[in-house]
Design a protein around this ligand. Structure first.
Ligand SMILES: Nc1nc2c(ncn2[C@@H]2O[C@H](COP(=O)(O)OP(=O)(O)OP(=O)(O)O)[C@@H](O)[C@H]2O)c(=O)[nH]1
Ligand SMILES: [Mg+2]
Length: 180
């Protein structure tokens, strides 16, 4: 067996995609165990940044897609090149950016359309990111109803044959590494 083949078997390719400022790069850095408080505010990702990550014995090849408008269509145009051999796509929505829910849903729809039937082997997760522990205090305007509406709209956009999961995430909670 070639080395390449072996890598394919053991390394999982994960794509992080969504609008700019959603928190994708921050999530990747958190997964790498970096202390975000000690980092300067991160710059917008240009194009695509790839990196490797090991968690326990598992190897991941992370593709962090820049979400600024100028890159979004390019990612879709280069879809075949970018999305082949992908194990998991994580679509990140900034829950605090209510003004752009519709833009985020529109981009999500474009991605799911491109995926079409190729979705069979790919796991598809949606992160409702920046769901910070103190969100109800800092953003009382973001009512449960508004967030439920967003979830309903997400489910309408995603075709029913897609395997998918929706999570509320925040760099201030879920990405801590806990040793038991
Ligand atoms: N409140 C809050 N802010 C966050 C969270 N995660 C990231 N941020 C902030 O969101 C901003 C954008 O984060 P990035 O990780 O650069 O966003 P991105 O999705 O990679 O943006 P692009 O590279 O332009 O696509 C930064 O100021 C982060 O500190 C979170 O869980 N909660
Ligand atoms: Mg980024």
């Amino acid at each position: 067996m070639s080395e390449n083949k072996m890598n394919n078997n053991t390394t999982k390719k994960i794509i992080f995609i969504g609008l700019d400022n959603g928190g994708k790069t921050s999530i990747v850095l958190s997964l790498k165990g970096l202390n975000l408080m000690s980092l300067k505010s991160s710059n917008p990702t240009r194009g695509i940044e790839t990196s490797n990550l090991n968690i326990n014995d598992e190897k991941f090849n992370i593709w962090d897609f820049g979400g600024q408008n100028q890159y979004r269509n390019i990612h879709l145009e280069d879809f075949k090149k970018n999305f082949q051999e992908t194990d998991k796509i994580i679509y990140v929505i900034d829950i605090q950016d209510q003004e752009r829910y519709n833009v985020a849903l529109d981009y999500l729809m474009k991605i799911t359309k491109k995926l079409g039937n190729k979705i069979d082997k790919i796991k598809f997760s949606i992160f409702l990111h920046k769901s910070d522990p103190n969100l109800k205090v800092t953003r009382p305007d973001l009512t449960d109803e508004i967030i439920e509406d967003l979830i309903t709209n997400i489910k309408e956009v995603i075709p029913s044959h897609f395997w998918n999961e929706i999570y509320k995430t925040s760099i201030y909670t879920v990405f801590e590494r806990i040793n038991i």
